[in-house]
Design a protein around this ligand. Structure first.
Ligand SMILES: [Ca+2]
Ligand SMILES: [Ca+2]
Ligand SMILES: [Ca+2]
Length: 243
């Protein structure tokens, strides 16, 4: 009998909670809530690399600890003017696709520069978004836009060593993407590899982004060729949905 009564009371509690929830839902009727959500590739699961993030060479490797936090992707043998942390060409993922429909508000990444062979002061991070013109294997006809931010690239060098592992100086970057803008947003510049298309509608780019990249510098000036040791963790994309 006591058990039965307890069960009944529990049921009553559940029902009253349900009514409270219903009342809350009714009170909020007509007020759509904007919910912001971020997808992050933390690299914590071995073998997981949504979007095929790479430093562009073929010498990327995963390090098990001292990321931001945990596992991260590093390239210690990169020789280039401007390293780029990017998705792989031809790989569809949560980081690419229809930014307009998904209401993308920003993309982000954490980066560190354990070593570089020359001076890089004054450089800032650039975000580039490209459409592959439906030919992912042919980079010459890609087009899109980039934004040179005012965010300095990470400090160079390591903060120390634990055991045999570097302690890196991680910097977090989140860069706005005005996916619902009707024209090229302020601060953005059109990009075309082949000069066949010097510009394109921003709306068309936002509906079909095939490639996302974070460049350690401005893509336009000519920098000296340098040897780099670079690291990335937590590439992410933030969207807003109305519920
Ligand atoms: Ca990680
Ligand atoms: Ca292409
Ligand atoms: Ca496409």
């Amino acid at each position: 009998m006591i058990k039965k009564l307890a069960g009944f009371m529990w049921e009553a509690v559940v029902w009253s909670l349900a009514v409270v929830c219903l009342a809350g839902a009714l009170a909020g009727w007509g007020h759509a809530a904007e919910v912001q959500s971020t997808y992050t590739e933390t690299f914590e699961t071995p073998g997981s690399n949504e979007g095929g993030w790479t430093w562009g060479g073929d010498t990327d490797y995963f390090v098990e600890s001292n990321g931001n936090p945990g596992r991260y992707l590093r390239d210690s043998g990169l020789v280039t003017f401007t390293p780029r942390a990017s998705t792989s060409f031809g790989v569809a993922s949560v980081f690419t696709g229809d930014y307009y429909q998904r209401n993308v508000v920003s993309v982000g990444i954490d980066m560190a520069i354990p070593y570089v062979s020359g001076g890089v002061s004054g450089r800032t991070v650039t975000l580039i978004l490209l459409n592959d013109n439906d030919t992912p294997a042919d980079l010459s006809d890609d087009w899109g836009a980039f934004k040179v931010t005012e965010l300095p690239i990470p400090p160079t060098g390591v903060a120390g060593i634990t055991g045999s592992t570097d302690i890196l100086q991680w910097i977090r970057y989140d860069i706005d993407v005005p996916s619902s803008s009707s024209a090229l947003p302020e601060g953005w510049t059109w990009f075309s590899r082949g000069y066949a298309r010097r510009s394109g509608p921003w709306g068309r780019l936002m509906r079909d982004v095939d490639h996302v990249g974070f460049i350690l510098g401005d893509p336009v000036p000519r920098y000296p060729l340098l040897a780099w040791d670079v690291a990335m963790d937590n590439p992410r994309i933030t969207t807003i949905s109305v519920q």
